[in-house]
Design a protein around this ligand. Structure first.
Ligand code: F0G
Length: 460
């Protein structure tokens, strides 16, 4: 047994960029100019950018090296063949369609296969998945287990699908389901994993009803490592073997490579059967590009091919999940409640419990996100009533079910001392939390409020 308790970053740093270090007074001015909306801040005034883990990865020397030898041919690029081989080996799917990111894959699948009135089940659909399904007139149906909706439940696989509900749903809607899905990990539910057992049962149900099973696999490696850690009988298997079994259970998958392929841009669809391929490729050519580059440069295909291999390094995954766990436990020790247990890519602070004196109408999540910026230069993302609250013309207001602040950690970017520094500063924020004020919405845009809304701090 090793003497060491500390899980270290399993890499050395070769390229660095300076960290923006501003005084609170400077941040106050920037936040006011941004209308108390963190999306409007230029990144140069943000110290710790935890807005998303998507496309924010630090790439490895091996990825950068592969980018230099890329073959930028319009058709038949050797870099595509390389990616194709890696994805085939991992997923067991012979048919690979590259896309520029996850939502491009979603759009192709939805426009090629989904008709108005159809329904697509999953544990929880991510926002862009839902939007693409709704855009073609269909319905995105969430069937996560009840524990997946309870921020305090410590169920080890809160991303699981409720099998009873899925079976009932499949019985009732036979004939109007173009394909069935599952998202690993379940981002909308807090980056929570799905168990291998659940994926096996879901696959069995879809098969029984003759429905094609597609996995949204953008965090497949994190999910596979959770299975290794938490699922009985899985500890002695390699993460690669677990991942390969997951893919073997489905008919195909699509991926936003900006997550577990460790790249800044990219994605793909991978399918076992060729039935859909012609339709998907026709749409791909129309708007994304030729089938051997799909809207990407060949160097991006190379970086994905290397990243898909690197991400299965268990030292990397041990460190990756340790970051989230360390931050959640650190927050909890200071009295900052988070969604339990911590997921793979992000910590979700429960602002409603932490700031009970700020009613949902005054956006406790947004108020906390703003204070995290002022106190520490952190940029997180409110997932609460700013994002999902409903205002009626008559003045009524329906708050979101939860008032969360998501801190999503970029892969291989920040170090242990950055995280310790953040936790040190939190003590003061906790001590002064009762003085925090809510916000008033002063500009409410017609769509996707959280991106462009403007706020004003309330005086009391
Ligand atoms: N599916 C899941 C589960 C996601 O988390 C995302 C993106 C997508 C699909 C869409 O992929 O961004 O490449 O088009 N999630 C990011 C996030 C944006 O911040 O959670 P994309």
């Amino acid at each position: 047994m090793s003497e060491h308790r500390t899980i270290i970053e399993p890499f050395k740093i070769k390229t660095v960029e300076p960290l923006a270090m501003l005084a609170r007074s400077e941040r106050e001015l920037h936040l006011e100019t941004a209308g108390y909306n963190l999306f409007s801040l230029p990144s140069r005034v943000v110290t710790f950018d935890f807005l998303t883990d998507s496309g924010t990865t630090a790439m490895s020397a091996a990825q950068w090296a592969a980018m230099l030898v890329a073959d930028e041919s319009y058709a038949g690029s050797r870099s595509f063949t390389r990616l194709e081989t890696v994805v085939r080996d991992l997923t067991g799917c012979p048919h690979i369609i590259p896309t520029h990111q996850g939502r491009a894959a979603e759009r192709l699948l939805c426009q090629a296969l989904v008709k108005p009135g159809m329904k697509i089940p999953s544990n929880n659909h991510f926002d862009t998945t839902r939007a693409n399904i709704e855009f073609v007139g269909a319905e995105a149906v969430d069937l996560v287990i009840p524990e997946g909706r309870d921020p305090n439940s410590r169920h080890p696989f809160k991303g699981n699908i409720d099998l009873k509900r899925l079976e009932g749903f499949l019985q009732q809607n036979q004939g109007s389901i173009p394909f069935g899905m599952i998202t690993i990990t379940n981002n909308t539910g807090g980056g929570q994993p799905v168990s291998l057992q659940n994926i096996r049962e879901v696959a069995k149900l879809y098969k029984q009803f003759g429905i094609t099973f597609i996995i949204d696999c953008c965090r497949f490696a994190e999910n596979a490592y959770f299975i290794k850690l938490r699922e009985p009988g899985q500890r002695d298997r390699s993460v690669r073997a677990i991942a390969e079994e997951i893919f073997s259970l489905a008919d195909g998958c699509y991926m936003s490579a900006k997550k577990d392929a460790l790249v800044n841009i990219g994605g793909f669809i991978a399918l076992k059967n060729e039935d859909w391929i012609e339709r998907l490729r026709a749409l791909l050519i129309l708007t994304e590009g030729f089938p051997t580059y799909g809207g990407l440069a060949a160097r991006d295909l190379e970086a994905m091919a290397v990243g898909l291999d690197e991400v299965l390094d268990e030292r990397y995954l041990e460190y990756r999940l340790a970051v989230t766990r360390y931050m959640a436990e650190g927050f909890n020790k200071l009295g900052i409640p988070t969604v339990q247990p911590p997921g793979g890519h992000a910590v979700y602070i429960d602002a409603k419990s932490f700031l009970p004196h700020i009613p949902p109408r005054q956006f406790p999540g947004q108020a906390l996100a703003c204070e995290l910026y002022l106190a520490e230069g952190i940029r997180g993302c409110e997932i609460g009533s700013v994002m999902f609250g409903t205002f009626h013309k008559e003045g009524g207001f329906i708050p979101a079910a939860m008032e969360l602040v998501r801190l999503a950690f970029p892969r291989r970017v920040y170090t242990q001392s950055h995280f310790d520094y953040i936790l040190e500063g939190m003590a003061e924020l906790v001590a002064n939390k009762n003085a925090l004020k809510g916000l008033e919405l002063v500009y409410d845009p017609p769509f996707l409020r959280h991106f462009t809304a403007k706020f004003k701090p309330l005086a009391s």
